[in-house]
Design a protein around this ligand. Sequence first.
Ligand SMILES: [Fe+2]
Length: 245
Amino acid sequence: MFFFNKKKPILKDLIPDNHIDFHSHLLFGLDDGAKTFEDTLALVKAMQGFGIKEMITTPHVMNHVWNNTHDIITSKRDEVNTLFKQHGVDFTIKAAAEYLMDDYFLTLIHTEPLLVLKDNYVLVEMSYINAPLQLYDIIFELQVAGYKPVLAHPERYNFLHNKFEEYSRLKNAGCLFQINMLSTVGYYGEFVARAAEQLLKKGMIDFASSDIHHEKHVASFDGKVLFKDIKPLEEAIANTLFFKE
Ligand SMILES: [Fe+2]
């Protein structure tokens, strides 16, 4: 009699089988995600256990903090795939990047091919403290160069919570929005969960991904989704299949 069952769903139960995830930090030693190959392997296995069978992992590209380049990321991806084979793991990981939108990124747009999620889709993020002054110039330049920006975790930018119209401005400027699934269980706190719920309710979220860095993130997929209406979340999860090959 599930009709009467008003229990909140467990996040990991909302992930369909053979799903894809396009935001995570699984390549060991490149950023604040996996530190060793064992970490990489444990995170990949945990994600597979949730039903995620394709992963486009996205190391940070953040000048002076995580100095990852196109070549560093693709070499590490190849190294990890070789290690998978050597360990008898039948899995191939893909890699793109999570680019911080700053002056350095503005230069990068014109100097090297960006790592894309698929076709011309590029995952971008902002600082959690404030937006860059040249935010809309960056978004414009990125599109002039032929890319489509996918803004990572819009719900996590606290400085936007009290000016919701800014979210509309970002969407109108051409950004697609990717929610972090863990925002829905309150992992990043109440305000982020509330912003996530509002964005979903307004139909502004295009995709959902894990942004998994470590074991604590994995464990939090056992959390309950806090929202009354989970339909927009389910739709965002389903839309994410767009990135599957
Ligand atoms: Fe991330």
